[in-house]
Design a protein around this ligand. Structure first.
Ligand code: GLY
Ligand code: MN
Ligand code: MN
Length: 258
């Protein structure tokens, strides 16, 4: 089953795409809705409404709606805080459709505008996501992929002034320095389960669908940013199944101004 489920047939990809398209509708709905004073659970309710009215049965997994310092708590699911001016809001939310899951993360500014520092860290995460996506291709191996993404991330963290070159160089191989700010994996299989079955030593192959979800979590600044898209591996490269979901900071700011 592990081998069968890792490679999706075209009808399975179509169902994942449907789950993603419904997730996109939810995201576009909440962008003009989020304002200082709104509660995390109110945003969760907006997503639920939009999902169900598009014939999803609801969330593919318990959603994370995390404002301010909560964005640094990886499995924050209480969704019980009020969003405040100046907070970032991290949302890890996906619809289910026909038993298949979407798994999206977006991070937006509650006020509708990123501060220069928030945008600087956001752009770093976005660059890592873009580079990691390019490495999701046929023949690559899970472990080497994660190592390569770690190197890209380390460079970004050095440029942000969060790590020094020496800290990166001198860290033991099994405890790389970047883990202080990026302490989870970059990708997992996606399908019937959000964390779908797949063998870690099997090379990437056409039909596999992975998440790509780098993040930078700076607890001392109460600032956590993760971006997560879902990627289909093809014979010749990959297709970003979430290419239509806004991710550029300027587009997000524009869509929030209503
Ligand atoms: N939503 C769970 C995950 O991103 O892995
Ligand atoms: Mn997720
Ligand atoms: Mn994920």
């Amino acid at each position: 089953m592990e081998h069968l489920r890792a490679v999706k047939s075209p009808p399975e990809v179509a169902l994942i795409q449907q789950a993603i398209d419904i997730t996109e509708k939810g995201f576009r709905r909440i962008l003009p809705f989020v304002k200082p004073g709104v509660w995390e659970y109110e945003i969760e309710a907006e997503f639920a409404h939009e999902f169900i009215r598009h014939r999803s049965r609801g969330f593919a997994y318990t959603p994370i709606i995390a404002a301010g310092a909560n964005s640094c708590v990886l499995h924050y699911i209480e969704n019980a805080r009020q969003c405040r001016e100046g907070d970032l809001l991290l949302m890890d939310v996906g619809a289910e459709y026909g038993n298949y899951a979407a798994d999206m993360t977006r991070t937006i500014p509650v006020s509708g505008h990123f501060t220069p520092r928030q945008k600087q860290v956001y752009q770093a995460v976005l660059r890592v996501m873009r580079q990691a996506t390019q490495m999701l291709k046929t023949g690559n191996l899970w472990e080497e992929y994660h190592k390569a993404v770690g190197e890209v991330m380390s460079e970004e963290l050095i440029n942000l002034g969060l790590l020094t070159i020496d800290e990166v160089k001198n860290a033991p191989e099994d405890r790389p320095a970047y883990k202080k700010y990026f302490m989870h994996g970059t990708s997992h299989h996606l399908g019937l389960d959000v964390h779908d079955l797949g063998h870690r030593y099997r090379p990437f192959a056409p039909g596999m669908v992975f998440t790509c979800e780098p993040g930078i979590y700076i607890r001392e600044e109460g600032l956590g940013i993760r971006l997560e898209n879902n990627i289909l591996i093809t014979e010749t490269g990959q297709i970003d199944l979430m290419a239509n979901i806004p991710v550029e900071p300027e587009e997000i700011e524009t869509l929030m101004q209503v």
